[in-house]
Design a protein around this ligand. Structure first.
Ligand code: AMP
Length: 359
């Protein structure tokens, strides 16, 4: 899109956000800093983003009457949640500019389409096979080896909808956990470390990447991101190039997270693309002048992108479940910024907040 055709939301305008979780909350706060109001559309009442936003529509993603009214109340629309039905994005796109596009969402929503897309760009993923039946699984295991991770094609997050397979004997139990949902088998990757790149692409095609963060997961859930990642300059440069290439190939507008495995020889394997601001980019709020949240708002509003330069090293720690009870200690910790998401009840595995410590 050339700059004359860009859809611009100016200060004083309103950005519509599909989804009302903590990512929507932090997007709304970043929009507010630019004088742009946020209007949240989310099926759950009392969601974290609604607490800090000027407008809130509590309705289902297939409620066309409410979606039309929402489109009428905003200047452009974005998402904070990758599983927004692509049809919802398409319906809204007939009424107002929607970024990222329904097509980009659709590719990232299905692990088979996503991996096929990444491989078409000449970029490595774990070896994978689609699995619809138990026979497919056995065939896939004999093709790519007995160690792997079976994942549902759709709607998996934070390690949900995944089963580790360590030998052929595990196959039946792993298949049973999929409840007959279409799945994909990935070969097990013996990576050295995990990193992610937060990449922004503007409506004019300009690309800006933040420094890769190094991520530590436990039970499939992100626990900690450290910047800078402990990788060579060469690996860093390839990681940024891969993220930029994927954003361009998707004709993506906004911020997305690209998760990668770093192999012992420094080469990279892409794990997945998240078409939204990303948990591994929360450190940018304190570590950069322009956070991933403001960068996303700038991109979808057609405003100039900001500098992604990192002025401080940082460690971001997620507060999961009862971890949040440490808030008084975290408030007292030097150089630490605490973010609480305003979720009433803490449950095991629920992301309640995060803390970023500048190093
Ligand atoms: P995902 O939901 O695909 O992001 O997976 C969550 C986490 O599980 C990743 O961040 C890795 O730590 C681990 N994991 C996922 N897929 C694989 C794989 N193919 N090989 C090894 N570890 C994996």
């Amino acid at each position: 899109m050339n700059p004359d055709q860009m859809n611009m939301v100016k200060p004083g305008g309103t950005i519509g956000i599909l989804g009302g979780g903590q990512l929507g909350r932090m997007l709304a706060l970043a929009a507010a800093r630019l004088g742009i109001d946020a209007h949240i559309y989310c099926p759950e009442e009392n969601c974290p983003a609604s607490h800090v936003s000027a407008g809130f529509s509590c309705a289902a993603y297939d409620d066309e009457r409410r979606l039309s009214a929402f489109a009428g109340a905003v200047d452009a629309i974005t998402t904070e949640f990758e599983n927004i039905p692509a049809d919802t994005a398409r319906f809204l796109a007939e009424r107002k500019p929607v970024f990222p596009s329904a097509q980009a969402l659709e590719i990232a929503q299905d692990r088979v389409d996503e991996k096929a897309f990444i491989n078409r760009q000449g970029i490595d993923t774990a070896p994978w096979r689609r699995v619809d039946t138990f026979d497919d699984l056995n065939e896939a295991l004999s093709d790519i080896g007995p160690e792997g991770v079976l994942k549902t094609r759709r709607l998996g997050y934070d390690g949900k909808g995944q089963a580790r397979i360590q030998s052929l004997e595990d196959a039946a139990a792993a298949f049973a956990t999929m409840n007959n949902a279409p799945a994909v088998l990935e070969g097990f990757i013996d990576f050295q470390r995990e990193i992610s790149v937060i990449v922004a692409r503007g409506q004019d095609g300009e690309i800006r990447c933040y420094d890769p963060g190094e991520n530590r997961h436990a039970e499939g859930i992100l626990r900690e991101t450290t910047v800078p990642a402990n990788i060579s300059d060469k690996t860093r440069d390839s990681a940024l190039a891969i993220a930029g290439q994927l954003a361009k190939a998707l004709d993506y507008v906004g911020v997305m997270g690209v998760e990668m495995f770093v192999m012992r020889d420094g080469s990279l394997v892409v794990n997945e693309i998240a078409p939204r601001v990303h948990n591994t980019g929360h450190w940018t709020i304190e570590g950069c002048a322009i956070s991933q949240f403001e960068q996303h708002i700038r991109a979808v509003c057609g405003l100039p992108l900001g500098s992604p330069a990192r002025h401080s090293d940082a460690v971001m720690t997620n507060l999961i479940g009862d971890d949040v009870d440490a808030w008084p200690t975290l408030l007292a910790a030097p150089g630490t910024a605490l973010h609480l998401y305003g979720k009433g009840e803490s449950r095991p595995g629920r992301k309640m907040g995060h803390a970023t410590r500048l190093l």
